[in-house]
Design a protein around this ligand. Structure first.
Ligand code: S3P
Length: 429
């Protein structure tokens, strides 16, 4: 599908965000491991969390879905069944990495696979610690899916200092740790999203500047009965879209405000964005709030690399904001972007420069000379089947003076199926 993005004179209105993708995955996975029934409300309508549900069904878990209400009859740690067919994780790295932790922990015989993009992403980061826990796991060329997981003689607990600030890796090891008689400890120095430890209520203690999180068979897995908050990562497209376009005013309701996710908010504040937060409250174990953002004068910044894990998925749309900020902005220490659904540094560089932005690509980042008067040139944007590339290209294109084209536009359904309808709804022509 090709989308033509018409130039807008501003973005105005209220957006109902899709439910958080990271929390949706976890709600279903943890509900399956619980001994009880869970009812999850506002489960994400997107394709990635649907992959998690279909994999759980393949593992014999009874999952009923009625629109965005999902009921999971927990199978407990011992109730998962050997899947007859390979578990298809689709495009979803979170499904593959978290589910491998569970399947390996449980010692099930299973194969995990995914689409071309997912089969091209390294799984070595999870294979190494899982093997040291006694899991039996092999991979294509030693690091790529399909992954083959087999039976073993029990999970050995490990103490695992996280070598990279990855919540998928942290969660994978903790989930396998849930099957060990004594605690597995994950030592996290640079904070990454903490939904797993929150929603599983895992024991966490401070350790230097970071923390240690533990999991073992002793942990009682709570049922997951709550309403999933709106996806902050989806909100980020509107925060930037409204901030950079004159005459804009966007309201966002029920946005997940987990501090381990909201890095871009603080960066946008630092750049001078006009964002108002109201109605802050807790929804289950996660904080939520409403937000309003209006057109702002932005100034350039050098992004503090320490903030990157808290805005890793928002870096593409942040690069769009940099194009409209006064002065030179830089991102360094973001090499992880090259290992996402596509090489997001290379893809964003292509999108931005095709639109006439003044950008220089670095091995682990990008430099952008922004201009508050920047008018993107019309372009035909490749998205490399990456939802966040498509949405970043769309927001950029709506600031142009002429229509642009976004190729493979349906890939937004990986995280935000209603994106194109929402863009149409809030665009003022
Ligand atoms: C996610 C963690 C991040 C993020 C991804 C979702 C999660 O990946 O980019 O979209 O739900 O745990 P990494 O763990 O690779 O940083």
């Amino acid at each position: 599908m090709i989308e033509t993005v018409r130039p807008a004179s501003g973005l105005k209105g209220t957006i109902e965000l899709p439910a958080d993708k990271s929390i949706s995955h976890r709600s279903a996975l943890f509900a399956a491991l619980s001994d009880q029934k869970s009812t999850i409300l506002n489960y994400s309508p997107a394709a990635d969390p649907a992959s998690t549900l279909s994999c759980l069904r393949q593992l014999g878990v009874e999952v009923n879905r009625n629109d965005n209400r999902v009921t999971v009859h927990g199978a407990g740690r011992t109730g998962l069944q050997q899947p007859a067919e390979p578990l298809d994780c689709g495009n979803s790295g979170t499904t593959m990495r978290l589910l491998t932790g569970i399947v390996a922990g449980a010692g099930l015989d299973a194969e995990l696979t995914g689409d071309d993009s997912l089969r091209g992403r390294t799984m070595k980061r999870i294979i190494d610690p899982l093997r040291s826990m006694g899991a039996n796991i092999s991979a294509r060329d030693g690091e790529y899916a399909p992954l083959r997981v087999g039976t073993h003689n029990g999970i050995k607990p490990i103490r695992f200092p996280l070598p990279i600030p990855s919540a998928q890796l942290k969660s994978c090891v903790l989930l396998a740790g849930l099957f060990g008689k004594s605690p597995t400890e994950v030592v996290e120095q640079i904070p990454s999203r903490d939904h797993t430890e929150r929603l599983l209520n895992l024991e966490t203690e401070e350790y230097g500047q970071g923390k240690i999180i533990q999991s073992s068979l002793q942990d009682v897995i709570p049922p997951q009965n709550y309403t999933v908050p709106g996806d902050f990562s989806a909100a980020a497209f509107w925060l930037v879209g409204a901030a950079v376009q004159q005459g804009s005013m966007i309201h966002l309701k029920n946005v997940g405000m987990n501090p381990s996710r909201t890095g871009i908010l603080h960066i946008l504040y630092q750049m001078g964005a006009d964002i108002n937060i109201s109605n802050e409250r807790m929804q289950g174990r996660e904080p939520v709030a409403d937000m309003a953002v209006s057109a702002s004068s932005l100034k350039a910044i050098d992004l503090d690399p320490a903030l990157i894990p808290n805005c890793i998925d928002e870096l593409p749309i942040l690069m769009v904001a940099f194009c409209f900020a006064d002065g030179r902005s830089t991102i360094t220490g973001a090499g992880e972007l090259r290992h996402k659904e596509t090489d997001r540094l290379a893809a964003m560089y292509e999108i931005l420069t095709n639109a006439g932005a003044d950008a220089t690509l670095r091995e682990d980042g990008i430099e952008i000379n922004g201009d508050p008067g920047f008018t993107p040139e019309p372009a035909e944007h490749n998205t490399y089947h990456d939802h966040r590339m498509a949405m970043a290209a769309a927001i950029l294109s709506s600031c142009s003076a002429e229509p642009s084209v976004v190729l493979d536009a349906e890939c937004t359904s990986i995280s935000y199926p209603g994106f194109w309808a929402d863009l149409e709804k809030v665009s003022v022509y």
